[in-house]
Design a protein around this ligand. Structure first.
Ligand SMILES: Cc1cc2nc3c(=O)[nH]c(=O)nc-3n(C[C@H](O)[C@H](O)[C@H](O)COP(=O)(O)OP(=O)(O)OC[C@H]3O[C@@H](n4cnc5c(N)ncnc54)[C@H](O)[C@@H]3O)c2cc1C
Length: 506
């Protein structure tokens, strides 16, 4: 905990001290150029030391929204610099003034004027968290939205960086579709397993944008709309008669858990509910001719669906990686090692593992047949909600869609004076949007555990653009298994297997 405690047990701003510079990571192998720093640091001036009088937030002529200094930096375990460095929040902007609880909003006064209460507290500022802030502020720009993240932005995130067009559609609804500006769209997709292959033009273009860029731009949009960004690692979530509280003293009338695959908010809400997971590793390698202008996916022989990918970023670099389904919890010991995954990548797409660098692995919590969101004022979004496509590992569209939905649900429930109703609203909204799709994608992922079905799907897609488009839609967006796709798959399954001539992009 950062601040010193006042008599009421609440946080008092600590004296300002210089923050410890961030640890530098060492990377091996090739390294793509660092993405340009977004305007975030300029937009919200950070790390400005200043004294604050308790109970009277500093005034500023800055527009709403901003960036607050981190509350605490955790000591490195047992290591050098283990001293906890404290830094008080820098208050910026009108909305940086948390409300006090008062009876007029149907909540009892706590008698603790120091208690921070926000309309919406979002834990995690990845695509899901920023989208939740954007969704809430698009619905009601006067809301006080606090966006917490343990990292400074820009920050890297292990990902294939593939952004589905459907994600951009949702971002357009909250005025943030320009986050892809300056990056070349990708139109061609190649799917292969051995010599069974299809390469076609997708109906809609996708993007491949490093997450260091995309996530910082999204955060920047949320701050521009009025959210307050603060570097802070949430350590707990409690819910009581007065509503949810993060890290002991950050109260939100609604709290959104957007803290990724190992979500603390999810654990606090649902416990250690078992969920199917995959694991994947990604790196960056110079783009080769075989990959230029396209997204390439090659299925492997291990636990299906397992595949290697190479996605051209359009700037001379490709995002390359490999992922596979994890065994059930009880077989944890047999999870693939980093070496094994890089060997698989090299075997499936020769040359990229050797020329690549910036390797980073992560878990993927895959969505199931039915999606869960409890009643109450705590909402789950993105990976924290277990929303990753089990067939493809795509999660950014779900993160953005569930994030915006949560923001709207929070704003509408607050407007109705019923923050406790936010959970039910969010559940209805996300199930309406994705419910059927999740059941279809779950079914497709079960079928794709059979290599024969994968081959049949690729052959059917090579023979029919509609089947290809439907598979892409199920893998990236909100698609479903329709009659023509099912028929094409069945036909391919019963037809004797012949090597498939790839359809080249037009
Ligand atoms: C190797 C790999 C490849 C992938 N490829 C693709 C792809 O090509 N396309 C695609 O659509 N999806 C892909 N995914 C999935 C995608 O990365 C995720 O679905 C997406 O990042 C989910 O966004 P999110 O905002 O829910 O979570 P995240 O992006 O993980 O963001 C969570 C945020 O919460 C913060 N946080 C965590 N804990 C705390 C805490 N206690 N307190 C404060 N902050 C906290 C983190 O710092 C982070 O910024 C891939 C995943 C992996 C691992």
């Amino acid at each position: 905990m950062a601040g010193r405690r006042g008599p009421a047990g609440r946080r008092r701003p600590p004296p300002q001290r210089p923050a410890r510079p961030g640890r530098r990571r060492r990377h091996r192998g090739a390294r793509p150029p660092a993405p340009a720093r977004p305007a975030l640091r300029r937009a919200g001036r950070r790390h400005r030391p200043g004294r604050r009088v308790r109970g009277r937030p500093r005034r500023s002529r800055r527009p709403p929204g901003g960036v607050r200094r981190d509350r605490c930096r955790r000591p490195r375990a047992g290591g050098r610099g283990g001293r906890r460095v404290r830094s008080g929040p820098v208050r910026v902007g009108r909305r940086d003034r948390p409300r006090r609880r008062h009876a007029a909003r149907g909540r009892p006064m706590t008698g603790r004027p120091e208690e921070e209460e926000w309309d919406v507290v979002v834990v995690g500022a990845g695509p899901a968290g920023s989208s939740a802030a954007l969704g809430a502020l698009a619905e009601d720009p006067s809301l006080r939205v606090l966006l917490l993240d343990r990292s400074d932005f820009p920050r890297d995130k292990s990902c294939g960086d593939g952004i589905a067009p459907q994600a951009i559609d949702v971002l357009a609804e909250v005025g943030a579709a320009d986050v892809v500006a300056g990056w070349a769209p990708v139109r061609h997709l190649e799917l292969a397993r051995g010599d069974v292959r299809v390469s076609r033009t997708m109906r809609r273009e996708a993007y491949v944008i490093p997450r260091a860029v995309l996530d910082a731009r999204l955060v920047e949009r949320a701050v521009e709309r009025g959210a307050v960004l603060e570097r802070h690692r949430a350590t707990s979530l409690t819910t009581g008669p007065h509503g949810p509280v993060v890290s002991g003293d950050i109260a939100g009338r609604v709290v959104v858990g957007a803290d990724g695959a190992h979500s603390l908010v999810r654990r606090a809400l649902l416990g250690d509910r078992r969920q199917q997971r995959a694991i994947a590793i990604r790196g960056y390698a110079p783009t080769t001719d075989a990959v230029r202008g396209r997204q390439v996916i090659r299925y492997g022989a291990r636990r299906h669906p397992s595949y290697a990918w190479a996605f051209d970023r359009g700037d001379g670099w490709a995002n390359v990686g490999y992922g596979e389904l994890l065994p059930p919890e009880r077989e944890r010991g047999s999870a693939p090692s980093r070496k094994l995954m890089l060997d698989q990548l090299e075997a499936l797409i020769p040359g990229v593992a050797g020329s690549g660098g910036e390797w980073r692995g992560h878990h993927l919590p895959l969505s199931g047949w039915r999606w869960h969101q409890p009643d109450g004022p705590v909402l789950l979004v993105g990976d924290a909600a277990g929303l990753i496509n089990p067939m493809t590992g795509e999660g950014i569209y779900y993160a953005v869609a569930s994030g915006v939905a949560a923001g709207r649900a929070a704003a509408r429930s607050l407007a109705a004076g019923d923050p406790d109703g936010a959970g039910a609203r969010h559940r209805a909204e996300v199930r309406g949007l994705l419910g059927r799709h999740l059941r279809h994608t779950w079914t497709a992922s079960r079928l794709a555990q059979s290599p024969r079905v994968v081959d049949a799907g690729i052959r059917a897609a090579a023979g029919d653009q509609h089947v290809f488009d439907s598979l892409v839609e199920i893998g990236l967006g909100g698609g479903r298994i329709d009659a023509r796709l099912a028929g094409g798959l069945l036909h391919s399954l019963i037809r004797p297997a012949r090597p498939t001539g790839a359809r080249e992009p037009t």
